[in-house]
Write a protein that binds this ligand. Structure first.
Ligand SMILES: C[S@@+](CC[C@H](N)C(=O)[O-])C[C@H]1O[C@@H](n2cnc3c(N)ncnc32)[C@H](O)[C@@H]1O
Length: 317
């Protein structure tokens, strides 16, 4: 969820340059809607400049007196110059004592998105699962083509918070899975533990990952648009090398259509592919599914459309 807040020029500049990382507010009904992983758009009250940050933690107190005792004030907007005179009464000019007593107060820990290569690091920060924990239907399509056993190995590239990788492990495959986000991998491991299965989950980059293993299924949903153009050929050569003969790959990717707008949650390292481009990397494989569909998505709270190419194919030689 996205929230909006006004900020005077000084705290705005301190958040922008990274010296202020905790925003102090009344914990009224509006601020109680804020969750870890949400974003806040701050508007500079003078220049009207905006800046989006992500909520990485929330510290709730009954009063600014307790908050000032517990939180590092140098991260809350004070500097070495004024830290010695810092007092909870400084907040009275923003919120009356009555309101402070009525609602309590909150320190909102924030992080600027450029700290991370992908927004998903923030979106996966909270306890809830951003994508839920139900597996994608594609997993069952693969299971039908390549029935599970402990000897069969699956690799999930860009596994997110692990819903599909953990499901495949529950079905009986030996599963490895990686994602760029530490929060995604932490939650993949947590989900596997909760479901009582083992899984090899680790942080890695689709652009540079290496493995000596060969897999029966190489799976990647919603992720290969993060491949840099110059790495595409090497990536698919690698996919060919690491897939066993008779093994299967599943890939899908967002493709560009002149009549569709760029999605509102588009990440800075994502790049739309050309329609049909994905299929061209597997000329010698047997296609089991090849399609392009347009579908609705409101995962970030704003309804938008994606066009997606999907392929399931089998390595024949
Ligand atoms: C649309 S999500 C799909 C996640 C997961 N496959 C699922 O369906 O739940 C895209 C994923 O790509 C991951 N990602 C972004 N850049 C990456 C990179 N360079 N290497 C590996 N994963 C990356 C993100 O962290 C995110 O989890």
């Amino acid at each position: 969820m996205k929230h909006e807040m006004q900020l005077t020029p000084d705290p705005f500049a301190m958040i922008k340059d990274g010296t202020k990382t905790i925003e102090l507010r009344l914990y009224d009904e509006k601020r109680r809607k804020i969750q870890i992983g949400d974003s806040i758009v701050f508007t500079n009250t003078e220049t009207k400049e905006t800046m989006e940050v992500y909520v990485t933690d929330l510290f709730v107190f009954d009063s600014f007196a307790s908050l000032y005792r517990e939180l590092p004030l140098l991260e809350c907007g004070y500097t070495e110059k004024d830290i010695d005179t810092a007092s909870p009464d400084d907040m009275d000019m923003y919120y009356s004592k009555e309101k402070q007593q009525q609602y309590g107060v909150v320190g909102i820990k924030i992080e600027k998105p450029d700290h991370f290569r992908t927004n998903y690091e923030n979106w996966y920060a909270g306890d809830d699962f951003y994508w839920g924990t139900e597996p994608a239907g594609f997993c069952d399509e693969l299971i039908a083509l390549c029935p599970p056993s402990k000897e069969k190995k699956v690799l999930d590239i860009g596994c997110g918070e692990g819903k599909d990788a953990v499901y495949m492990a529950q079905k009986g495959y030996s599963v490895s899975a990686f994602d760029l986000t530490e929060n995604g991998i932490r939650k993949t491991i947590r989900l596997a533990k909760e479901r009582g299965v083992g899984i090899h989950a680790y942080v890695d980059d689709i652009n540079t990952f290496e493995t000596d293993e060969q897999f029966d299924i190489v799976y990647s949903t919603g992720t290969i648009q993060y491949l840099f153009d110059e790495n595409k050929k090497a990536f698919f050569d690698k996919i060919d090398r690491i897939t066993k003969k008779g093994g299967f790959v599943f890939f899908n990717v967002f493709v560009e259509k002149p009549f569709l707008e760029l999605p509102p949650d588009w990440d800075k390292e994502e790049k739309m592919w050309k329609s049909g481009e994905l299929f061209s990397y597997f000329p010698n494989w047997k296609f089991h599914r090849i399609d392009e569909v347009i579908f609705e998505d409101d995962s970030n709270g704003i309804l938008h459309y994606h066009c997606m190419d999907t392929i399931i194919c089998e390595k024949m030689e």
